[in-house]
Ligand binder design. Structure first.
Ligand SMILES: *[C@@H]1O[C@H](CO)[C@@H](O)[C@H](O)[C@H]1NC(C)=O
Length: 453
C-alpha cells in the first residue's frame, strides 16, 4: 500500500514537472528555435537544443501535444523552380500552409525561383524555419512593384522565425540603379525596393545566406527584437546607389556576426530606436563603412544607444566607423564602442559628422543637434586613403562628449603621418594614439569652441 502511494506521488510529481515546464515553454521568449537569442536584461544567453526538439506543450485546447516538425517544399505547392516562370503564387501557398501548421514548419526552397514582391505575414501558429538552399530571383519588371514600391521580400509580424540554408537572394537591382537620381541626375528621386525586410519579428535568426544586387537596401531589420544574424555575404557593385548591406531600424537586442559585406552604400547602418546591438567579425568593402545614423533629419528627435562593433575589417571603404547626424535634430547617440578594427586604405577611418547633409540643396546652419556621448575607439589600426584619418566635426552647441581614444594607430596609405581634424569635441587619450588632434591648429580656426580634456 505504502509503495503504491509512493508511486502515485512520484507520478503526480512527474506530471507536475512536465506540465509546469510545458507552460514555461509557451512563454514567447523561451520557446524559440535553435540558436535563437534568449535575452535577459540585455544579455544574450545561448539557447540549448533541448528547448527545441520534441518538447511537449499545450495547444490552444489546453491539451498536451507533441510538438512535431513538418516539411513544406515549395515545389509541392506548384513552384516550377526554373528561374523563368513566376513562382510567387506557390510561395504564397506554401506560406499559408506552413504558418497555420501547429508545430515546427520547415519551408524548403531548393531550386531557382522567380518572385514578384511578396509578404510572408504572421502571426503563425508554428515556429517556422525557412531553408533557402536555391536562389530567389527578384522580378526586374518595375510595374510588378506598383502596389508597394518599397519592398520585395518581407516577413511581417512573425515570432520565432529562422531563415537560413546557404542559398542566394538576388534583387536583380540593375534596372533600379540605372533609374536612380543618384546615377542619372535628370530623373526624380524615388525609393527602390528593399530586397529582404524583417518587420516586427521577435526571436529571429537569419544565417548562412548570400544577398546580392539589392534593388536598394539589401537587408532591413525593422521594429524587431532579439535577433541573431550570422554568416551573411552581401554583395553589390561599388557604384550601385543606396544599396546598404544591413540596415537596422528601431530594433533592440541584435547580434550580427561573421558577415562579409561589399556594396555601394553603408556596410551596416544603424538608425533611430536601435538599442543593444553587437557586431563582431564583420568584413566591409567596398562601400561606405559602418554607420550610426543618419540621425535627426528634418528636425527629428532620435535615439541610438548601446552599440558595439568588436572585430571588423574595412578595405577601400569611404568610411570606417562613422556617426552621422543632421543639423537641427535632437535626441542622442550614446554608449558606443568601436574596437579591434583594421582599416585598409579607408578614406575616413574614424569620423563623427554632425553636419551631415545628403540632399540636393545645401543644409542651413542650425543650433540644435543630436547629442553624441560616450564613444570609445579602441585598438584601431591601419591606413587612411586621405590625409585626415580621424575627423570629429561636432556641433558647436552640443559638442561631442566622452569621446575616448585608446591605442589608435592610423597611417597614410603608402606611408606617412595622417592627421586628425577636431571640432567641438571633448576627448581623452589612453595608451598610444596617433594621430592626435592638434590644439594649435584648431585655435587658428574661428567661430567654434574646441575642447581637449
Ligand atoms: C586607395 O584608395 C584610393 C581612393 O579610394 C585609390 O585611388 C587607391 O588606388 C587605393 N590604393 C590602394 C593601394 O589600393
Amino acid at each position: 500500500m505504502a509503495l503504491q502511494k509512493y508511486l502515485s506521488f512520484i507520478t503526480i510529481m512527474i506530471c507536475f514537472v512536465v506540465c509546469y515546464s510545458s507552460t514555461l515553454q509557451e512563454d514567447p521568449l523561451s520557446l524559440i528555435v535553435e540558436d535563437s537569442p534568449y535575452i535577459n536584461d540585455g544579455t544574450f544567453i545561448k539557447q540549448s537544443k533541448d528547448h527545441v526538439l520534441g518538447l511537449r506543450r499545450f495547444d490552444k485546447s489546453g491539451e498536451i501535444s507533441l510538438n512535431s516538425f513538418k516539411t513544406f517544399n515549395v515545389d509541392d505547392f506548384g513552384a516550377q523552380g526554373d528561374g523563368k516562370n513566376d513562382d510567387t503564387q506557390a510561395f504564397n501557398k506554401v506560406w499559408e500552409a506552413a504558418c497555420s501548421w501547429k508545430g515546427t514548419a520547415i519551408v524548403l526552397a531548393q531550386k531557382n525561383y522567380l518572385l514578384k514582391p511578396i509578404t510572408f505575414s504572421g502571426p503563425c501558429k508554428s515556429n517556422i524555419e525557412v531553408q533557402i538552399s536555391g536562389t530567389l530571383d527578384a522580378s526586374n519588371n518595375p510595374s510588378d512593384y506598383n502596389e508597394d514600391p518599397t519592398h520585395w521580400l518581407m516577413f511581417d509580424s512573425i515570432q520565432k522565425l529562422t531563415v537560413k540554408g546557404g542559398g542566394t537572394i538576388n534583387g536583380n537591382g540593375n534596372i533600379w540603379w540605372q533609374n536612380s537620381c543618384k546615377k542619372n541626375k535628370k530623373l526624380p528621386c524615388k525609393n527602390a525596393p528593399t530586397a529582404l525586410t524583417f518587420y516586427k519579428c521577435n526571436n529571429l535568426v537569419v544565417k548562412d545566406l548570400t544577398i546580392k544586387d539589392g534593388q536598394q537596401i539589401h537587408f532591413t531589420i525593422q521594429d524587431s527584437s532579439n535577433v541573431i544574424v550570422s554568416g551573411l555575404t552581401v554583395t553589390a557593385p561599388e557604384d550601385s546607389p543606396n544599396t546598404d548591406g544591413i540596415h537596422v531600424t528601431n530594433t533592440q537586442n541584435i547580434r550580427i556576426s561573421s558577415s562579409t559585406i561589399g556594396t555601394g552604400d553603408d556596410c551596416i547602418s544603424i538608425v533611430d530606436g536601435s538599442k543593444n546591438l553587437k557586431a563582431t567579425d564583420i568584413t566591409c568593402g567596398p562601400g561606405h563603412g559602418i554607420s550610426i545614423g543618419s540621425l535627426g533629419e528634418g528636425g527629428s528627435k532620435e535615439f541610438v544607444s548601446g552599440i558595439t562593433v568588436n572585430g571588423a575589417k574595412f578595405s577601400g571603404t569611404t568610411n570606417g566607423v562613422r556617426i552621422k547626424t543632421w543639423q537641427g535634430g535632437s535626441g542622442s547617440a550614446s554608449n558606443i564602442k568601436f574596437h579591434n578594427i583594421q582599416m585598409d586604405n579607408v578614406t575616413n577611418p574614424i569620423i563623427i559628422d554632425q553636419n551631415y547633409c545628403d540632399q540636393q540643396t545645401p543644409c542651413q546652419k542650425q543650433k540644435s543637434a543630436v547629442q553624441i556621448r560616450n564613444v570609445l575607439y579602441q585598438n584601431i589600426k591601419g591606413t587612411s586613403a586621405s590625409d585626415v584619418a580621424m575627423q570629429f566635426d561636432c556641433s558647436q552647441n552640443f559638442p561631442c562628449q566622452g569621446i575616448v581614444l585608446q591605442n589608435i594607430n592610423l597611417q597614410l596609405e603608402g606611408g606617412g603621418e595622417a592627421k586628425a581634424s577636431c571640432n567641438n569635441v571633448k576627448l581623452s587619450y589612453r595608451g598610444n594614439v596617433s594621430p592626435r588632434c592638434s590644439y594649435i591648429e584648431e585655435m587658428h580656426e574661428i567661430g567654434s569652441n574646441r575642447f581637449i580634456v
